[in-house]
Design a protein around this ligand. Structure first.
Ligand SMILES: Cc1cc2nc3c(=O)[nH]c(=O)nc-3n(C[C@H](O)[C@H](O)[C@H](O)COP(=O)(O)O)c2cc1C
Length: 349
């Protein structure tokens, strides 16, 4: 456990909603982000906005992440968000998904730095809370371009910066260019958060050492594995027990059914259910049944079988590799206590 570190849950479209954040918060997570919210969708009152914007009264700190590339839309969207109870607004300058890039938003803004800076200046004008930017590196080998761009972002008056140490074209694969993040960290006077590749406490140590950052952002490592925060924040490297997995899965699914309607909860939620079950020795047949559940009743019928049966031995050929959650051990460990927070840094945006 490293008490001086601050851990953030990344913005994760399709994942970092209220039910998932509540699971992570049980293990000490304080600083979290909503999934990205499209400025245009906010102005057009899309139905999904309510769910993205949902914040629990029990949440200690939450940043909303905004995405867009039209300064006027961003101005109006940010003005609307000023009335919501968020602790900070983060601007997305790193999303590599084609439909976002085609609209010149997300990581596409790195190709139009003047527009990117205009967007940030507009946001700085309007946003009453701390304003942060989440971006990516511009080169894996030469830190200068990334440093120059980040200095320009700092000059726009932002309060913090997160750098995902991969190029947009790498999507989420490959090593994290820690030296580039480190150069930015050394050049800027605002807080810099390093992001990329944290699946274990050892990964976090490596990123902290390599980037020189004591602010670290966790993304895929927490999917189906909120216990990662127990390891990172509470220093308890215990794999979840079968009972813990069942309890957390049930909590997240129940939260999703409450937040979304039942049909949408399971449409979006099946991949989340599987993220809890994959790689942990649960029988393939039961996982296959989970992959098609449509209602709470169907979910509970399969869940009860999984709960009763538990994981099989790791050598029976049923364990697989989770697509998102990364490294995992199927070794059962005693449960640990939860609910301990890390110490909030006064200037954390
Ligand atoms: C499913 C998924 C959804 C994501 N959604 C967002 C998002 O809404 N906003 C954002 O800035 N980054 C998003 N990201 C990127 C992550 O926040 C993070 O930068 C990236 O996954 C690298 O961190 P990791 O290696 O720890 O996963 C997403 C990544 C994944 C895998």
């Amino acid at each position: 456990m490293t008490p001086t570190r601050t851990y953030f849950l990344a913005p994760l479209a399709g994942y970092s909603d209220l039910p998932f954040r509540r699971c992570c918060r049980r293990f000490g997570l304080v600083y979290a982000h909503t999934p990205l919210l499209d400025a245009g969708a906010l102005l057009h009152h899309d139905s999904e906005n309510r769910e993205i914007l949902a914040r629990g009264d029990d949440e200690p700190w939450l940043a909303v992440q905004l995405m867009g590339c039209r300064p006027d839309d961003l101005r109006q969207a940010a003005a609307i968000l000023n009335d919501y109870p968020f602790d900070a607004l983060d601007f997305n300058m790193g999303c590599p998904v084609r439909k976002v890039m085609q609209r010149n938003a997300g990581a596409a803004l790195l190709k139009t730095p003047e527009l990117a800076l205009d967007c940030v200046r507009v946001l700085r004008d309007v946003v009453k809370k701390p304003l942060t930017v989440k971006t990516r590196i511009l080169s894996e080998t030469d830190p200068d371009a990334t440093v120059r761009f980040c200095l320009a972002l700092q000059d726009c008056g932002i309060d913090g910066l997160t750098i995902h140490g991969r190029l947009p074209q790498r999507i989420y694969a490959g090593p994290v260019a820690m030296a580039v993040i480190k150069a930015v960290r050394e050049a800027l006077s605002i807080p810099v958060t390093a992001n990329g590749g944290i699946f274990t406490a050892a990964d976090a140590d490596a990123l902290a050492t390599g980037s020189g950052c004591d602010r670290l952002m966790v993304a895929r490592g927490a999917i189906g594995n909120p216990w990662l925060f127990r390891e990172l924040i509470q220093g308890l490297a215990a794999a979840p027990t079968h009972a813990e997995i069942c309890a957390m899965l049930l909590q997240q699914v129940a939260g999703m059914v409450e937040l979304y309607d039942e049909e949408r909860a399971f449409l979006a939620g099946r991949k989340i259910i599987l993220s809890y079950l994959c790689g942990r020795g649960y029988r393939r047949r039961l996982r296959a049944q989970m992959a098609i559940v449509k209602t709470m009743a169907e979910f509970l019928a399969v869940f009860r079988q999984i709960e009763a049966e538990g994981p099989l031995a790791a050598t029976d050929g049923v364990s697989d590799t989770p697509d998102l959650a990364g490294h995992r051990s199927d070794v059962e460990q005693p449960p640990a206590t939860d609910g301990v927070s890390d110490t909030p840094d006064q200037h954390v945006p």
